[in-house]
Design a protein around this ligand. Structure first.
Ligand SMILES: O=C(O)CCC(=O)C(=O)O
Length: 261
């Protein structure tokens, strides 16, 4: 079975080592303004981030936001083999939808994504999510998917008591689970934004860093006379940011003693 049936493809050694290293070096250079970490240290990312976390939570949050805005993330698309793979999967004119860095620290469950689809950004059936690990994993975490669930199209999400978006269990009843937890930097998972996916808790001692780039096809825009988006996003998800939803759920819990959701 291939991408069309399963909604994802795991691609081994697709992305050039240089491309991955340059993203990581930029992250380390951003952190060097606030901590003493050498770019030659193979653990520089984790060490720098731990040092910043110790200093100041606000700084930590802002550093993460800056990571997610680095122009080197969309430049992943210029990597030769990835560019060819994106074309092979049907995207002829890549339109950039979103890009970010995911940071999953060992044992930290608050920020794990629950089973969801990526509906927030302009998303057609041609869209692709490129999930590119910046740190290798040997079973200590990663991402889970329900193969074939992309065929359901957009699903109405609800909110967990903590404020995370999630698809209701009924929507994925009967689908089997597949976890991608063994990978190298340079491997990547490419999947449909409609594929229901979630974070697998990081165990072990190292942070799982992942770069994510989402593209749509500029040729799948027959709906542009009506809207930029092919469907009404607010019919399917609460469109606030994760940060805002989590904060609001915390506030409600503190005020009322009850969890929302
Ligand atoms: O890498 C992960 O933990 C999952 C990320 C994710 O699901 C997302 O960014 O939508």
């Amino acid at each position: 079975m291939g991408y069309a049936e399963e909604g994802y493809e795991f691609c081994e050694e697709l992305i050039g080592r240089k491309t991955i290293d340059s993203i990581k070096q930029n992250m380390v250079r951003v952190m060097q303004q606030f901590c003493d970490v050498s770019p030659d240290d193979p653990d520089a990312l984790d060490k720098g981030f731990a040092e910043i976390t110790k200093q100041d939570r606000k700084l930590r949050g802002n550093v993460l936001k800056i990571f997610s805005r680095m122009a080197s993330l969309p430049l992943l698309l210029r990597d030769e083999k990835l560019e060819a793979k994106v074309r092979e999967l049907g995207v002829e004119i890549p339109i950039l939808q979103a890009y970010s860095i995911v940071c999953m620290e060992p044992g930290e469950s608050r920020f794990l994504f629950l089973p969801h689809q990526d509906l927030k950004d302009r998303t057609s059936f041609e869209s692709l999510v490129i999930w590119a690990p910046l740190s290798p994993c040997n079973g200590e975490g990663g991402i889970g998917v329900y193969p074939g669930s992309h065929k359901k199209g957009p699903i109405k999400h609800d909110l967990s008591p903590e404020g995370h978006l999630r698809v209701p269990d009924e929507a994925v009843r009967g689908f089997s689970k597949h976890e991608v937890v063994r990978f190298k930097e340079t491997d990547c998972l490419i999947f449909s934004p409609y594929l229901v996916h979630w974070s697998v808790l990081t165990t072990g001692r190292k942070v799982r860093w992942t770069a994510i780039v989402k593209v749509d096809d500029g040729l799948s825009t027959g709906h542009l006379r009506q809207a930029i988006h092919p469907f009404a996003v607010s019919d399917f998800i609460d469109e606030r940011t994760n940060e805002d939803r989590l904060k609001e759920a915390d506030r409600l819990r503190q005020e009322t003693g009850y969890a929302a959701g």
